[in-house]
Structure formats: C-alpha cells, structure tokens
Write a protein that binds this ligand. Sequence first.
Ligand SMILES: Nc1nc2c(c(=O)[nH]1)N[C@H]1C(S)=C(S)[C@@H](COP(=O)(O)O)O[C@H]1N2
Ligand SMILES: [Mo]
Length: 319
Amino acid sequence: MLIRKPDDILSSEITPEAVWRSRRELMLRAGLVAAAAGLPGWAARSAFAQDAGALPGKPNPAFSVMDKQTPLSDITSYNNFYEFGLDKSDPAANAGKLQTRPWTVSVEGEVGKPRTFSIEELLKLAPMEERVYRLRCVEGWSMVIPWMGYSLAELLKQVEPTGNAKYVEFVTVVQRENMRGVRSGVLDWPYVEGLRIDEAMNPLSMLVFGVYGKLLPGQNGAPVRLAVPWKYGFKSAKSLVKIRLVEKPPVSSWMKAAPQEYGFYANVNPNVPHPRWSQATERRIGEDGLFSPKRKTLMFNGYGEQVASLYQGMDLKAN
Ligand SMILES: Nc1nc2c(c(=O)[nH]1)N[C@H]1C(S)=C(S)[C@@H](COP(=O)(O)O)O[C@H]1N2
Ligand SMILES: [Mo]
C-alpha cells in the first residue's frame, strides 16, 4: 500500500482504526461483501480506492445528468488548453510538464477575509461530490463528464464577499518553462475568465479537482478548475491560481482576443449563432461519428431550470 503524507490525505478518508479495519476487510473480500453490508456503491468504491491519484466522492444525483458518460480516454485526449498548444491532442501530449505541487489559490479583492489556500486545504474544504455535467464547447462539440469537486460557493463564503463584490475574476497559471503555448500570441496570458457574483454563487458552479474518481490530469486543468455547465466551455477556466472579487465586469482573455465573437455571459443558446457558425446542434465526443446525426443543443445546455432565473429581464440574444 502506498504511504501518503498527512497533507495528501483527505479528511473524509481519515477514519478511526475500527472503521479502517472493516474497510480493509471489504477490500480483501471483494465487492460482494460490500454489497451484502449494504454500503452504497460509492463507499464501496472508495474503500477500494487506495492509490495516490484516487479522489472518491459521493454522487450528487440532483446535480447530475443521465446522459451516457463520455469515456475517460476521450475526456483526457481531446482538449482545449491553449497554454499547451492549439491542437486537440496538444494538451494530452504536453501537460505532463505542468507542476501542480506546491499549489496555492489566492482569493482576494472585495472580501472581508482575503486568504491564500493551499491545494491540500482546498481538497478538504467541503465534502467531495461526483457530479455528471455536460460540457458544451463553443466550437460545436460536447462531452458528459463525471467531475469530482464541490460548489464554488463553499470557497467564496469562506472569504466573506463585501457588498462591492459584483463579479468574480478567475486567473489561471502561467508556467513559461512548462507551457509551450504561452510563447504564442493567440491569447493574452494568463487566461482570465469571469462570472457575475450570483452566477458564481449558484450551486451549479463547481470547483473541480478530479474526474471519474481520480485527481485531474494536467490536460483537464489540474489541480483545480471551474465547471460552469450552462455556459460555453471556455468559461470553465483550468488550473486556477487566483480568484478576485471585483466591482466591474472582468475582461476575459477571449473578449480581448475577439470581442465581437465572445461575450461576457456566453450562456449556451442554440438560437444565437456564433458570428461564423450555427450553435443549434452539437457533436457528442466519443459517441457520435463525424457523419452521424448531431444532437440539438439545449437552451442553457439543459440547465434552464436551475439558472434561467439569473437572467430574467435580460436580452439573451445581446448577452
Ligand atoms: N486555462 C485554460 N482554461 C481553459 C481553456 C484554455 O485554453 N486554457 N480552454 C477552455 C475551453 S475552450 C474548453 S471547451 C474547456 C475544455 O475542457 P476539457 O479539455 O477538460 O474538456 O476548457 C476551458 N478552459
Ligand atoms: Mo471550448
């Protein structure tokens, strides 16, 4: 068995000796015993998950879609992470160089208690959940991904946002030595994104640390990223290092690069085409072939029930 430093161990994994023993029994006697003991599937799985990369979490069905999940091999090999190159295969090829320890995320700006969190603290800040989210890229493809993490609101409430905190700016890492893509001028680095404070506090907005019960690989935004499933994928910034609560709307890297193509809100909307292509349909990676019929893109990516109220009275076409 791997020995881990106390810092690497999640509080949810720290159990009294007796519990640990019975868990070990389960491990030794295989899944049948777990089933007989009446343990939920996730607990049985976490009893087996002993490798250092494991990140167990309790499934949150209320926040999960039932769509067929995209295979892990597709989730980790077809990526957008421009810091590592422009091709879909570049992040998987190059993100092995990303240094993810030590890692801190500072939360600052319009807050009562600004604070820098270590990644070890963040992993223990709230109970880890598994949520199956849709991810719809503005380019016209989509995936269905079981993320491990918890609501961004859990972190934000720790720092006590002031009344002036109207927006949240997300800043991601630049490791010049390790990221060949940042030498190119395609975007203004660091990659910056933003949300309105009520969007950020919506429980669907998620801080993600893992995928399919394991810590995130570099290409998916290790060691911590966002998942904002009702918005186009570019809002879900990877490898976060700074979160700033601010009064004015942040200017994202994409807005700087192409203001007429990428607005601040970027809610998934099949009725509003991108200036250069339609957004009415999408190709589900790993499921549909290049020539199979596409699926219809859903308003708010199918999350309207949870988020439509955030935009009441707003012109969804203009935004
Ligand atoms: N730092 C950073 N975050 C990023 C990007 C990026 O290039 N750099 N690409 C975005 C885009 S366009 C998409 S579609 C999603 C893709 O996430 P995935 O590769 O985990 O599917 O990450 C987003 N987050
Ligand atoms: Mo994207």
